[in-house]
Design a protein around this ligand. Structure first.
Ligand code: C2E
Ligand code: MG
Ligand code: MG
Ligand code: MG
Length: 291
């Protein structure tokens, strides 16, 4: 952005704008070396089946241990990574780290999540050797393909349709699970959805947060669940924060949930400890749920 404003364009550099541009430039500069310097780490958030009580997956969410600003959430820097064309580098690191962590858990823990799903952005999905990269990772670490899955946002799927479709088909052929993230916000056409090689629709948090009070949210979620059933897809509700929302979701036919009610994203050690403890979401809160 700073570059575009250079040249002949007239910009009044008030102090606030100046500070913002400096901060942004600094962020970019640090991000370019952050992955190689080992400043990224993965947190894990469980996906839970309210009826069976099973943990169905762990979602890996990237965090950046910024030297001065401390631990930063993905929402604060992933879009910058995409803008400066580092998404392929991040994606490879995330996939490798998730596989490495799963190996470590298999060696050291009696319980491991049945699968890990990582978030992948468009910039990476269109790269031609993505499927080969994933296949090589699986054999290097000795994981089954169903132990790994990817999440792509609905708007990603709508862009670059042909290339993305080819990669998704390849991943499904390998045996990976593919989930569409933030579903409901990306204007998928129904005919398009019918063609998509996906397994899971993750209903965006914006429809979930007022679900038990907002009638139209309830109608939308109910429609998504029925649509998914018709296409043989599983639904997962994102951002479930309280028990009454969970109860409503079960009523509507969505039994898989993710959100602070179950657990916040946790560092690897905390996650595996949490996984080994008994759970009861309609009863006592889990002590680690708020760390
Ligand atoms: P997402 O995949 O939809 O992840 C859910 C986001 O909501 C996460 O934020 C998570 O911390 C937060 N969250 C989970 N449960 C709740 C809840 O009950 N209430 C509320 N208010 N929030 C909840 P985070 O970690 O900041 O990630 C933001 C987005 O960044 C993700 O959205 C995903 O699209 C992207 N992202 C995260 N990790 C990666 C990654 O490794 N690679 C790429 N390309 N994108 C990533
Ligand atoms: Mg996700
Ligand atoms: Mg989401
Ligand atoms: Mg989201």
């Amino acid at each position: 952005e700073a570059k575009k404003r250079g040249g002949n364009s007239v910009v009044s550099f008030n102090d606030e704008l100046h500070v913002r541009l400096l901060k942004r430039a600094d962020l970019e500069l640090r991000l370019r070396t952050a992955i190689g310097d080992g400043e990224m780490l993965l947190y894990y958030q469980p996906e839970y089946d309210l009826r069976s009580g099973d943990i169905t997956a762990a979602e890996a969410l990237v965090r950046w241990q910024h030297p001065e600003r401390g631990l930063m959430q993905a929402g604060k820097f992933v879009s910058v990574i995409e803008e400066i064309n580092l998404s392929a580098e991040l994606g490879r690191w995330v996939l490798d780290e998730a596989c490495r962590q799963l190996s470590e858990w298999k060696k050291s823990s009696p319980v491991v999540p049945p699968s890990i799903r990582v978030n992948i952005s468009a910039g990476e999905l269109i790269s031609a050797d993505f499927v080969n990269f994933v296949g090589a990772l699986l054999s290097r670490y000795g994981h089954l393909p169903q132990e790994l899955g990817i999440e792509i946002t609905e708007s990603t799927v709508m862009r670059e349709v042909d290339d993305v479709l080819m990669t998704l088909h390849g991943l499904r052929q390998l045996g990976l699970t593919v989930a569409i993230d933030d579903f409901g916000t990306g204007y998928s056409s129904l005919s398009h959805l019918k063609e998509l090689p996906v397994d899971i629709l993750k209903i965006d948090r914006s429809f979930i947060s007022s679900l038990h009070t907002d009638k139209s949210d309830r109608a939308i979620v109910s429609a998504i669940v029925r649509l998914a059933e018709a296409f043989n897809l599983t639904t997962v509700a994102e951002g479930v924060e309280d028990a009454s929302t969970a109860t409503t979701l079960v009523e509507l036919g969505c039994r898989r949930v993710q959100g602070y009610l179950i657990a916040k994203p946790l560092a690897a050690d905390n996650f595996i400890t949490w996984l080994s403890e008994p759970r009861d979401y309609l009863g006592a809160p889990n002590p680690l749920a708020s760390t």
